[in-house]
Design a protein around this ligand. Structure first.
Ligand SMILES: [Zn+2]
Length: 331
């Protein structure tokens, strides 16, 4: 799901309307207890609804969707492929055994630019069908340089197609609260849940966190051989912290990759890292709305201060550095 910035929303309503998103958020990057959502059959065959909106024809929609798929397919450490199967009269969000991307009129979802749904095999996590809708209520553009006042369709498509592949949200972004809601100051991931303002085209380009995420789900042999992971726990007074955001920073490359503690013992895994030293930081999830990351049954701990780990974590090539313990303190 991608939200327009600057506005508050009754997210609980949105989450319950799109229940699979909660599972995706936990399932896509969890290390234990859940299956990962992923495609098993490639290429992913998708249809585009034969419908335009003011400013964007159906052909321009299709071309932007193809570019966004190609951006994910072009990640050289991941193995994915896709194929445009044709235009269709079918709208997205029908369970019709077709993966469909297109515009829908959803004026009641007045903060949602787009969203992704799934039909999955619940035993294996295999994605059987995934639909994406773009909310025709908003002004859209496919202009190569962006257009003031209109949201960039390719940028939002790139985010939603990340979900379509099984990626959850990234917390690598900074926001500020203003009257009426959050404004995005910067994001180090296309998978950050809140969009840049209308006219901005920065989200046509994947960031290190996005590349690590897609490569973690669909790794090439070279990726598995050449990258490593960091795992450990975040604790407070000796007890695990649930829902902590853990960020690994590589000072040599400048890359930032994030993850979460997803079980009550506070354990986390961050994969897809270049070998070498990393700076680790644990922080509460306070730059996005919790509902964008976890469903309501997940009791996230926000009561601790951000903390740098006191040692560098050295990532080995093709392996993992384990048993890191980041000790945080209550606020
Ligand atoms: Zn999203």
């Amino acid at each position: 799901m991608r939200r327009a910035a600057g506005i508050l929303v009754a997210v609980a309503v949105l989450v319950s309307a799109l229940p699979v998103l909660g599972y995706l958020k936990l399932g896509s990057r969890a290390s234990t207890g859940t299956v990962n959502l992923k495609w098993d059959d490639f290429p992913i065959r998708y249809f585009v609804t034969n419908r335009g909106v003011p400013g964007v024809t159906a052909q321009q929609l299709q071309a932007a969707v193809v570019r966004a798929f190609n951006t994910w397919n072009g990640v050289d450490t991941a193995q994915t492929s896709s194929q445009f199967a044709g235009f269709t009269q079918a709208p997205p969000f029908d369970d019709d055994d077709m993966t469909v991307l297109g515009f829908l009129d959803r004026p009641e979802l007045d903060r949602v630019l787009g969203a992704t749904t799934f039909l999955i095999d619940v035993r294996t996590g295999e994605i059987v069908e995934s639909d994406i809708f773009f909310n025709a209520t908003f002004p859209w553009s496919t202009s190569s340089a962006g257009q003031a006042g209109s949201f960039d369709l390719e940028s939002i498509a790139l985010h939603e197609i990340g979900h379509l592949h099984g990626l959850g949200h990234s917390a690598l972004g900074e926001t500020e609260m203003r009257t009426g809601g959050r404004r995005v100051l910067g994001a180090e991931a296309v998978m950050f849940p809140i969009a840049f303002a209308a006219g901005n085209v920065a989200d046509r380009t994947l960031k290190a966190d996005d590349l690590a995420g897609i490569s973690d789900i669909y790794p090439t042999a070279a990726f598995q051989r050449d990258t490593g992971s960091i795992s450990g726990r975040v604790t407070k007074n000796g007890t695990g912290v649930l829902g902590a955001h853990v960020v690994a920073f590589n000072p040599r490359t400048g890359k930032l990759v994030g993850g979460f503690t997803l079980s009550p013992d506070g354990s986390f895994v961050i994969a897809g890292l270049d070998p070498g030293p990393h700076v680790l930081r644990a922080e509460p999830l306070d730059d996005g709305d919790l509902e964008s990351f976890f469903d309501a049954t997940f009791s996230v701990d926000l009561n601790f201060s951000a903390k740098f780990h006191d040692k560098l974590a050295i990532v080995p090539r093709g392996g993992g550095t384990r048993d890191i313990e980041i000790k945080v303190s209550p606020k």
